[in-house]
Design a protein around this ligand. Sequence first.
Ligand SMILES: Cc1ncc(COP(=O)(O)O)c(C=O)c1O
Length: 389
Amino acid sequence: MTAAFIRPDIAALRESPIREVARLGMGQDGVIPDVIPLWFGEPDQPTPDFINQAASRALAAGHTFYTLNRGIPELREALADYMTGLHGVAIAPERVSVTASAMNAIAVLMQSLVGPGDNAVLVVPLWPNIEGTVRIMEAEPRAVPLQEESGAWRLDLERLFAAIDARTRLILINSPNNPTGWLMEREQQRAVLDFCRQRGIWLIADEVYDRIVFDRPVAPSLLEIADPDDPVIRINSFSKSWAMTGWRLGWITAPESFAPVIEKMNEFNIASAATMAQHAGIVALAEGEAFIAETVARYGRARDLVYQRLGAMPRVQLVRPEAAFYAFFGVDGMPDSLAFAKEVLAECGVGLAPGCAFGPTGEGHLRLCFAASLERLSEAMDRLETKLS
Ligand SMILES: Cc1ncc(COP(=O)(O)O)c(C=O)c1O
């Protein structure tokens, strides 16, 4: 073991409890046979072939070199057109920067916006990696919890605004939300936007699940109400909507004046996103609508099955998810979600994510990713029945 120095705060970063459970259910060759893995958040299908073909064509055409730091102009233009069409507001390509995934976008933003003594206000429960990026910058992640009230998740704006002080640099809101499936409605978006305008605080909108929404065509986006120069940065990704988690491709939409920051920070982090992936991204945007519609319909059926079956189990409380592909449910008499998720894995052969991974308010809950076939999900429900009764 080497004795060389590692920053103590980096050494102290905790592995995600989701990984801790998953490691128990995985052998050298992947998931142990007979375990139904519903712990991670990713589509169950491989990337559709028309996107793979586009990457092959890009390789054959010699697109194997670095690109401009903020991505190839054709992709930035395609993204601007795509968002303009989807959201009904003009988005200029100058506002768009390509990143190597939403995770990379979040890390680059935290590097650019927070430092020691600053704080970032995060609405939780929240995907745990985001808090990690704040800690890495030696800034304070300040959690403001959603509340579970009469069958719905709600954000208390007074509580959110009370968490802001002179060292708050940003508010980050993930809607549609991982893990709860909560959607932030327009009225609240307007209120938070006004607050951020007045206080000169960044509002970061993580909208990576914007297309995975049920009972309405698209999730309300902050892009639809923000002016181009508002302090709003919107993050998105190819991972979830186009089943491209392994490609590591995402994008940021920000005021044009912010573009030089991303330009510089991309240079020092990744230079540019993978070139063949960027070319494939153009085709995903142009030809992906049928794939998205069919996948979301499938996830919708999965959501209904899980909501009915899990919701009927005596120890479970479950809010019907409005979007994304997760059921985040409370379990009566479960003081330690990590220990319980390990028991569920050992006794039922079902891999779930412990709620404690999603911030302090996540304890008492488990997350199940329902991006899986109805057969696998039915089998998982049969297996969970006794444990959750
Ligand atoms: C809320 C949220 N933001 C960002 C990401 C990261 O997506 P990407 O695959 O583009 O890094 C995830 C992935 O699970 C997520 O749940």
